[in-house]
Ligand binder design. Structure first.
Ligand code: HGY
Ligand code: MN
Ligand code: MN
Length: 384
């Protein structure tokens, strides 16, 4: 799957879902950052809705389940309630958060849910530009033009609860033989952009003593950073996943290198202490180049406690599924919704924990079990 945030491919996927939604008589809306909401009415139209969903955008060459599963499981619940003739007090809405994987196009992830809970972030997010110089503002404008039938939805509209279904993207559920993961929280994460600046020069004529080779410097920094992050306890999640070189030509001594750091850990103090060293370590290995380390996002460690995870756990055990409580190593939009309403997540296993990879796989039985638990939870919360 290659369905990057705000692309025509994502718009097509949303159009397909809308066709299904309209066939059921549901209504839909789009907000200023591209979040989409599909609404199944409740008995009390004025009541804040229960939201459930995830994201439809993917990583480059991503898997078939990351994000889209949570959207389709929520939609499946709406249809099942119709078919079962179940009415709820609160409306239930399928939330499609924009640019959860936005980091792969804009170096900024979870843009939709971040702006939804904090509209003050809209302007700065709109200014993000991709490698082709297309701003988020322009991308959303083009995206909205593909979905002209959608009325505008206000940012930060009231939500009573949010539940996200997702594949675990880790090996624990499968390894322990559990079908349902009741997610207890999401580990903290810090994301950085590192810009190394040297001088572009002729590969054939420039003597080593006069070179400011940005790739040579970046390579030394990357090696030093990975050495610093060496962790025999296997807990650290340190990734340099994106690297671009300018002008990126065989016969040119590279003048600039940009690379990203995705750094996650369950201990917030460790994230702070080690992440704050990155600038100094890069400076140490910059040679004749200069280097700037900029933190582009910090996702705080959050816990899912109380009503929503307990309702998930009760529903799952009542349905007879093997269930365990589990922390999330991956980031999700639920990290941000947790700041505005009672929130929780339902994990289902994925094969060998592989994700952000085309071979990502999950079984129909496990996916259905997650949707089944989600149905119980949404009905319980929508009656509250
Ligand atoms: O990177 C993440 O944790 C999420 O899957 N986008
Ligand atoms: Mn992902
Ligand atoms: Mn995801």
């Amino acid at each position: 799957v290659h369905r990057l945030a705000y692309t025509d491919v994502e718009a097509e996927a949303r159009r397909l879902l809308l066709d299904w939604a309209y066939a059921r008589g549901y209504t839909a809306a789009l907000d200023d950052i591209g979040n989409m909401f599909i609404r199944r009415p409740g008995g009390d139209a004025a009541a804040a809705p229960v939201l459930s969903g995830s994201h439809m955008d993917s990583q480059p060459k991503g898997g078939k389940y990351d994000g889209i599963y949570g959207v389709l499981a929520a939609f499946e619940v709406l249809e099942a309630l119709d078919d079962a003739g179940i009415r709820t007090k609160r409306p239930i809405e399928v939330a499609v958060w924009a640019a959860e994987e936005g980091g792969s196009r804009y170096l900024q992830g979870c843009m939709g849910s971040q702006v939804y809970v904090d509209p003050g972030k809209l302007e700065s997010m709109q200014r993000n530009v991709d490698a082709q110089g297309v701003s988020v503002a322009d991308a959303v404008r083009a995206f909205r033009a593909k979905l002209p039938d959608l009325p505008k939805r206000a940012l930060n509209a009231p939500v009573s609860h949010f539940i996200e279904g997702h594949i675990e993207q880790g090996p624990i559920l499968q390894a322990t033989g559990n079908t349902i993961g009741v997610v207890t929280g999401i580990q903290g994460a810090r994301y950085f952009q590192v810009d190394v600046v040297g001088d572009a020069a002729h590969a054939g004529t420039t003597p080593p003593s006069q070179r400011k080779d940005a790739v040579k410097a970046a390579a030394a920094m990357i090696t030093a950073l990975h050495q610093m992050m060496q962790d025999d306890s296997d807990v650290v999640r340190f990734t340099i996943g994106h690297l671009d070189v300018t002008p990126n030509a065989m016969a040119v001594v590279p003048g600039q290198v940009g690379f990203t750091i995705d750094f996650r850990h369950p201990d917030e103090a460790f994230l702070t202490r080690m992440g704050d060293l990155f600038q100094a370590v890069c400076d140490e290995h910059a040679g004749p180049c200069s280097v700037k380390v900029t933190q582009v996002r910090r996702g705080a460690l959050i816990k899912f406690e109380g009503l929503v995870p307990d309702t998930i756990h009760d529903a799952s055990t009542r349905l007879g599924y093997r269930t365990m409580r589990i922390m999330s190593g991956a980031g999700h939009d639920a990290r941000y919704l947790a700041g505005v309403c009672p929130t929780g997540m339902i994990f289902v296993p994925c094969d060998k924990g592989i994700s952000h990879n085309e071979v990502e796989a999950a079984t129909p039985a496990d996916l259905a079990a997650g949707a089944r638990v989600l149905a119980e939870v949404l009905v319980a919360l929508a009656q509250s």
